[in-house]
Design a protein around this ligand. Sequence first.
Ligand code: ZN
Length: 175
Amino acid sequence: MGNPFTEVGSWPAPPPAGRGALWLGEGLASGILAGWATGSDWVALSAHGELAAHYGRPFIALPGGLMGFDDPGAILAVARQAHEAGAAWLAVPLAGPDESEGLPLALKLAELDPVLVAWGLPALAAPLLRRGWRELGRLGVAYDVPFALTQDCGCGACPTCAGRSRALVAAGVPR
Ligand SMILES: [Zn+2]
C-alpha cells in the first residue's frame, strides 16, 4: 500500500486498505480522525475511550503515560499493541501547520515510520498533517464529530486551547 505517512496530502482520501488502528487522545484532531476512519476496519488504541465508544469500536486502553506521540518509546509501544491487534497501519492525530510543536513531531514520525515498517510493525498515517485549526473545525462538521466529547486542557491560554477556540468558531460550535 505504500507509505501512508507520505500520502497525507491527499485528504479526503479514504483510510489505507486493511485493518488499522487509531491512536486517539481527547482532542479535536482525535475526533476528526475517528470520523475519517468511520467505515474502515479500525480498532481504537486510546487512553480515553469516549470517542471509540461513540463510534462503537473496540477499544484498547493505553497505560498512563503512553499518550505522548512525541516519544519514540511510546510510539514503539503503541505500534506493538496495534500490531498485536492485527493493524496494518496506525494513524496519529497530528495536525499542522499552526499546531505548536507540529513540525518536530512530523519530522520525528517521518523518521520513525520506515523503521517501524522494517520491523514488521504498522506503518504510520497522519491524514491531518496539512490541516490547520480552522480547517479542523470545518472538517469536524463535515465528519459529524461529537465536539462535546473532545477537549482541550482547559487553561484557555495555551496554543492548543487557543487553536481549539479558533476551530470551534470556524465550525460555528459554541464552546
Ligand atoms: Zn490549554
